[in-house]
Ligand binder design. Structure first.
Ligand code: ARG
Length: 566
């Protein structure tokens, strides 16, 4: 039962209006006492040549209560609708408890493919905090689209190609310590890469040597290719450890190197369409009509670059997946890059360039000096994740020394706390990375939401009840109960909004509010106390069960796991 639809139909009938006008303007009132839905009659003032309050009043008079809507009330220019609380509660709670994990799913995406490219670290370099931001947002977006019925593909566009690998090979041949690299690959590779830059300042010929090595790599020479492959394999092992901790996986690791043999076609296409012009020896696409610097396609030495590889990747993805949307979750500093490549694609006549979307995000700030990545003292992300788990473990050990599976719980909460932090605000906002607020069990945090879930589960366990069929909801319609049930009903809307704006924080804010309303309900509505009538107890337990289902699903969309007790 869709109450919103039902109400919209009713208004359309009463006012003799197109449904679409009402759908576009109907809103949720800011306060519970103003009802469940409000129709602003201002939109009709012009057509009907009447003042909005008069229209609201006239419309209100046309309504009589029915089984779903208890009353329609005119307040100023608004027509406010109040659902029949018992009927609404029964419908929502039964629907959640029947559909369980499927509640809130939709099929609007059926038959359409959405690609979500995220994470995309660079091999032989540390996985940095920006990559973690991308990983959190992309992983969540993919789940959100899947919830809406889209076919999704998770792509890791690894940074595994480019002239820097000539430098790395050169450095390796001069100073590489094989054993040390096996033991601690990224650290060691980074070390020799930094050394290369220091040495090259004194001895610029090294740069030429590195260029030679890259050329050999591009030609597929055996030794260079094997070294590069080795660096890539070692890096992937490290990255996968991080992904495992986060519970993240990919459908494709087609990174930059995957497109090396697909770039000459791009150059040919652009040349054929007369889009390439020479500039300082390089081949570029002029984008001055967009007030954007030209996009370099071939450098003066004839080598392709990052942008060329991205254009090749986009064409490949179009051909392979025929995508509905191709989403790039990459930091906002690369906004210009994406603007350029999308513009080039558009100029090449590829209409589907309009379906490519750059989803940017802000910077991460560390008030905690220890975490700063500047001055060469690189923070390894794995250490940050481990630290979060350890800190969580310490909190649990102090608060619940008797808990048996502390490690497992600490893992889920510690990782959840980090993911939540990245998904808490609109993604373009900068993030302040603070342990205190991240692990504040009473604040706006993953542990707070996870705790609410565990509390609900504990009530259900203690009650021994799991069958809520035929529950009688007539006595559970207080404001706190009703606010919680209304929020449960909004799950689908939060997910749709998140996909619409590519903003997982809609789901995050939703589930945080849900947890807050649940705790309010828990404090004001006794459930297992002796003096609670059996039918009230059963109805409240049904609400608890539904709440747990939805918290679990919503956290799942953020990539955050739940724990049964904590
Ligand atoms: N590897 C790049 C970096 O670390 C991010 C790649 C973004 N994706 C893309 N298709 N360009 O900055």
């Amino acid at each position: 039962m869709d109450y919103r639809e039902y109400t919209i139909n009713k208004i359309a009938e009463a006012a003799g209006l197109e449904k679409s006008i009402i759908t576009a303007t109907i809103e949720i009132p800011p306060e519970q006492k103003l009802g469940d839905l409000a129709f602003p009659c201002f939109v009709l003032a012009k057509v009907l040549r009447k003042a909005p309050p008069v229209i609201a009043k006239e419309l209100a008079e046309k309504f009589s209560a029915d089984e779903h809507i208890a009353k329609a009330e005119a307040v100023g220019g608004y027509l406010n609708f109040f659902y029949n609380r018992e009927d609404f509660t029964k419908n929502v709670i039964n629907e959640v408890n029947t559909k369980k994990g499927d509640f809130g799913k939709s099929d609007i995406g059926s038959g359409k493919t959405v690609l979500v490219e995220f994470s995309s670290p660079n091999i032989a370099k540390p996985f940095h905090i920006g990559h973690l931001f991308s990983t959190a947002v992309g992983n969540s977006l993919e789940r959100i689209y899947r919830q809406l019925g889209y076919d999704t593909v998770k792509i890791n566009h690894l940074g595994d190609w480019g002239t820097q690998f000539g430098k790395l090979i050169c450095a390796y041949k001069k100073w590489g310590d094989k054993e040390a690299i096996e033991k601690n690959p990224i650290n060691e590779l980074l070390k020799i890469y930094v050394k290369f830059h220091e040495e090259a300042e004194k001895n610029p010929e090294l740069e030429d040597e590195a260029r030679e090595y890259f050329k050999k790599l591009e030609n597929g020479d055996k030794e260079e290719t094997e070294l590069w492959q080795h660096f890539r394999d070692l890096s992937l092992v490290e990255f996968k450890r991080v992904y495992d901790m986060l519970g993240v996986s990919f459908d494709s690791y087609a990174g930059e190197s995957f497109y090396t043999d697909k770039m000459s076609e791009i150059v040919d296409i652009l040349r054929e369409k007369n889009l390439l012009v020479e500039s300082d020896g390089a081949q570029v696409v002029d984008l001055s009509e967009l007030n954007v610097p030209p996009c370099i396609i071939l450098k003066s030495d004839g080598a392709t670059i990052y942008a060329t590889r991205d254009i090749a990747a986009a064409l490949y993805r179009h051909r392979t997946y025929n995508f509905y949307k191709n989403i790039y979750v990459v930091g906002t500093p690369q906004a210009l890059h994406f603007k350029q490549i999308f513009a080039v694609m558009k100029k090449a006549g590829w209409d589907w360039a309009d379906d490519c979307v750059h989803v940017g995000f802000g910077l991460v700030k560390f008030p905690d000096k220890k975490l700063s990545t500047r001055h060469g003292d690189v923070v390894f992300l794995e250490d940050v994740l481990k630290e979060s788990v350890q800190k969580t473990y310490d909190i649990i050990a102090e608060n619940s020394p008797e808990m048996e599976n502390k490690q497992e719980v600490a893992q889920k909460i510690g990782i959840g706390a980090i993911l939540y932090t990245f998904l808490k605000n609109s993604r373009e906002k900068d993030i302040v990375f603070s342990w205190d607020s991240m692990l504040d069990f009473e604040g706006e945090s993953a542990p707070y939401v996870q705790y609410s879930y565990a509390r609900g589960k504990s009530i259900l366990r203690r009650s021994g009840e799991c069958d809520f069929d035929g529950a009688d909801f007539s006595a559970v319609t207080s404001d706190d109960e009703y606010a919680l049930v209304s929020q449960l009903n909004e799950f689908g809307t939060a997910v749709a909004d998140a996909a619409d704006k590519n903003e997982p924080f809609y789901v995050n804010r939703y589930v945080t509010n849900l947890a807050r309303l649940f705790n309010k309900f828990y404090n004001s509505c006794p459930i297992l106390k002796e003096n609670v009538a059996p039918e009230v107890k059963k109805a409240r337990l049904a609400i608890v069960s539904a709440t747990c289902e939805v918290i679990h699903s919503a956290l799942g969309l953020l990539g955050i796991e739940t724990v049964e007790s904590m």
